[in-house]
Design a binder for this molecule. Structure first.
Ligand code: TYM
Length: 335
């Protein structure tokens, strides 16, 4: 069996990028009878980005409902909240002690924060928490606690998976056994980076996202209408290569639909009409899921039960592994 694992940080409302980049391929993978799927809400990671408890709680509910509405079967997959697994922070410490500081210095998110400080003439580490610095080690613990083989993510997470491999390798080397399998990144090439409204990567931090469910069809349509396009008028042939609108369409459509849409754009379809076509294509996929999402959001206690059951399943796997590791490094014996 292949273990597939992925998580989503609970700081925002799920958007189309999370869905096509991570959630949709992960749900498809979870239906393979040869796959053991581990999907979770990364709420410890959320604390690195937000100190607003209400936001973290709201986001956690929305993300949990999104996975379930998208068709994840929690009886088949192991579906849980990171913070319900105490073995994860415990493993984080064991991994911290073999992680090289130089490697963490090179992490994109940390480097970007330092560069921003330096550019604005501040002290390099001004306002940067140790949490941000340690982000990749916590993420390595998420993956290694379950010895996941495959980690489906968007392109922005590749470096983190490479670091998890690096940390796993060091640990195995230092303690002289293959405690950890080396996880591999799994990228859906078509949608590795879904663009947002302004053509940059769709991201909470760029404020350019298209929400998947929140706000209903009305909000989806309004947001799609705000996608930035070039100034070509109706009747003029449109360029599809660098078009965020076209790329988003492609992520939801069959190859035949995509080819037809490209034809129409080259043939002079106006951007306004094109946006309506895009909205309808996305809405066709989203509408049935949104109905399930709204029903789930109305019953948060049911989701809580599902998450607690998932945590029990997850701990049954992580706890024996961490006990072995404690033994291996010379802490309390596993027996
Ligand atoms: P997060 O919460 O930023 O994003 C969740 C997932 O969505 C993908 N994604 C995108 N994919 C395509 N196009 C986009 N515009 C786009 N925006 C986001 C992300 O690549 C990600 O797969 N550190 C992770 C959460 C995490 C995790 C883990 C993932 C914590 N522990 C262990 C895998 C394994 C994060 O912040 O993702």
């Amino acid at each position: 069996h292949t273990r597939v694992l992925t998580g989503i940080t609970t700081t925002g409302t799920p958007h189309l990028g999370n869905y096509v980049g991570a959630i949709r391929p992960a749900i498809v993978a979870s239906r393979d009878p040869n796959v053991d799927a581990f999907y979770f809400m990364a709420d410890y990671h959320a604390l690195i980005k937000s100190d607003d408890p209400a936001r973290i709680e709201a986001s956690r509910l929305q993300i949990a409902a999104t996975w379930l509405a998208g068709g994840l079967d929690p009886n088949h997959a192991t579906f849980y909240r990171q913070s319900d697994i105490p073995e994860i922070p415990e493993l984080t410490w064991l991994l911290t002690c073999v992680s090289s500081k130089g490697m963490l210095n090179r992490a994109h998110a940390y480097k970007a924060a330092v560069d921003k400080n330096v550019e604005s003439g501040e002290d390099a580490d001004a306002g940067i928490t140790a949490g941000l610095y340690m982000y990749p080690v916590l993420m390595a613990a998420d993956i290694l606690a379950f010895n996941a083989n495959k980690v489906p993510v968007g392109r922005d997470q590749i470096q983190h998976i490479e670091m998890a491999r690096d940390i796993a390798q060091r640990f195995n080397h230092i303690y002289g056994r293959e405690f950890f399998v080396l996880p591999e990144v799994q990228i859906e090439e078509q949608v590795a980076t879904l663009p947002g409204l302004d053509g940059r990567k769709m991201s909470k931090s760029y404020d350019n996202t298209i929400p998947l469910f929140e706000g209903g069809a009305k909000r989806l349509r309004e947001t799609v209408m705000r996608i930035v396009t070039d100034s070509r008028l109706p009747g003029e042939p449109k360029e599809t290569d660098d078009s965020a609108l076209f790329t988003i369409f492609k992520a939801f459509a069959t190859p035949v639909e995509t080819a037809a849409f490209a034809e129409a754009l080259k043939g002079g379809l106006g951007w306004g009409e094109a946006k309506q076509v895009l909205f309808e294509r996305v809405e066709a996929d989203v509408a049935p899921m949104r109905e399930r999402y709204d029903a789930l959001m109305a019953r948060p206690d049911d989701m809580e039960d599902i998450l607690l059951a998932g945590a029990a399943k997850a701990r049954a796997i992580a706890a024996p592994l961490v006990a072995t590791l404690r033994d291996a490094v010379g802490l309390r014996s596993a027996k």
